[in-house]
Write a protein that binds this ligand. Structure first.
Ligand code: CMC
Length: 382
């Protein structure tokens, strides 16, 4: 054993990227590695996506059980009531450049919301729950305010569901029922995926007994990257660059030959495919049919075939979400922020679980630099 590594750490087994490491226990979500299955609190994602509302799923993640009718209506009302932004956040919005990156904006805005959150001094379960509900309700309002800057955002419509209101806020139009359903399904699919990079970042921050807003700010920073949440945005930019199905084979072939990554494919855990991708694919196709614009779906399917043939890589959730959001009329740079609007439910459930059963997350690192160098006074250094 080296002098540096003790207490059971094995210098012959370094898990780069923590691949395959069980870094903690959680009762929130189960990802089945072999067949890509996914369960939130024990419920199969296929059932939740087809039959539940986003509000029901958020309740399930936060409270650990599906709500009855009375609980759901109280929860939905509380979410709708919490949508208006506090005055301090409105003042902050006036200072933000409309050309800022929307993810940078959200990261800063959520941090700002924490400054005067009424429960900011406590990490107790009930205070955390209130903070979580406010964050789920207010992140869409922040995005809408940013989108409409410097003008006034459309006011939320309390009669609309969370998903329909989100579409209304970002497009300025009340959505038709199918468009609202596509948004609902996508929010449910994006809500939670155990120890992905952003959730783990949130838990690491929470594990020092730092607060919910600090943890969510860390998570948003992590989600922004193109290997994680930034992928959906990158997918749509790629589809637009390819332009049409006739260019797909050549474009993808060239990029693979240059050993470049194709965004929206592959997954650290799900090597045999992702059930969420199959679900959103179905909705992306139907949306294309209804909007009489199959171009993006057909192009995406061609890329999927090519990636399977050439690389045995499967689409992840980000791949078909990108063209679905595009057909819903949402600006491309809002794709990753939409992921935030959903994953905030999973992140906050994880922050609460971390605080409720805390153990500081502090792994070891195998040191690879020099050691015991002689200290030279500055005048003797070359
Ligand atoms: N395009 C081309 N080749 C790929 C891709 C891809 N998207 N993903 C993996 N590979 C190749 C990679 O080049 C490597 O090949 P080789 O063995 O010949 O060098 C092999 O597959 C294994 O890759 P890896 O980097 O060891 O796999 P990983 O587990 O570290 O990567 C990943 C997971 C998500 C970072 C990666 O698949 C990737 O970069 N995908 C594109 C970005 C993306 O879609 N991210 C969203 C992830 S899922 C939803 C989310 O979390 O937001």
């Amino acid at each position: 054993m080296s002098d540096s590594i003790g207490r059971g750490a094995d210098p012959d087994r370094i898990y780069h990227g923590l691949e395959g490491v069980l870094a903690g226990a959680s009762a929130i979500c189960d990802v089945e590695e072999t067949n890509g299955g996914l369960f939130y609190r024990g419920y199969r994602i296929e059932d939740l996506a087809e039959r539940a509302s986003f509000e029901e799923v958020a309740y399930l993640l936060l409270m650990g059980k599906l709500p009855n009718r009375k609980e759901l209506s109280a929860f939905s009302e509380e979410l709708a009531r919490s949508r208006p932004l506090p005055e301090a956040a409105r003042r902050f919005l006036k200072t933000v450049s409309p050309t800022a990156n929307p993810m940078d904006f959200l990261r800063t805005a959520v941090s700002f919301l924490g400054l005067d959150d009424p429960d900011r001094e406590s990490n107790a379960h009930s205070e955390n729950l209130r903070k979580a509900i406010r964050l789920i309700a207010q992140i869409p309002s922040l995005l809408a305010a940013f989108r409409s800057a410097p003008g006034e955002p459309p006011p939320s419509d309390p009669s609309l569901s969370h998903a329909a209101n989100l579409l209304y806020l970002l497009t300025g139009r009340r959505p038709d029922p199918f468009s609202a359903k596509v948004m609902e399904v996508s929010l449910i699919l994006y809500a939670e995926h155990e120890f992905n990079a952003s959730t783990f970042a949130a838990r690491v921050t929470a594990s020092s007994l730092s607060d919910m807003h600090s943890a969510v700010t860390s998570a948003i920073g992590s989600l922004k990257g193109p290997l994680h949440g930034g992928a959906n945005e990158a997918v749509m930019k790629m589809l637009l660059e390819i332009g049409g199905i006739e260019n797909a084979e050549r474009y993808i072939g060239k990029r693979l030959a240059r050993k470049e990554r194709i965004m929206g494919f592959g997954h650290r855990v799900l090597k045999q495919g992702d059930v969420r991708s199959k679900i959103i694919k179905k909705y992306a196709e139907e949306l294309g049919e209804r909007k009489k614009d199959r171009k993006w779906f057909d192009l995406s399917s061609r890329i999927e075939e090519k990636m399977r043939r050439e690389k045995e890589l499967y689409p992840n959730l980000d791949f078909y979400s990108a063209s679905a959001y595009y057909l819903l009329g949402l600006p491309i740079e809002f794709d990753t922020p939409l992921f935030v609007c959903s994953r905030i439910s999973g992140w906050s459930a994880h922050v609460m679980e971390q605080h409720d059963h805390n153990r500081l997350i502090r792994p070891r690192c195998f040191y690879t630099g020099p050691k015991d160098l002689p200290y030279l006074p500055i005048e003797h250094r070359s």
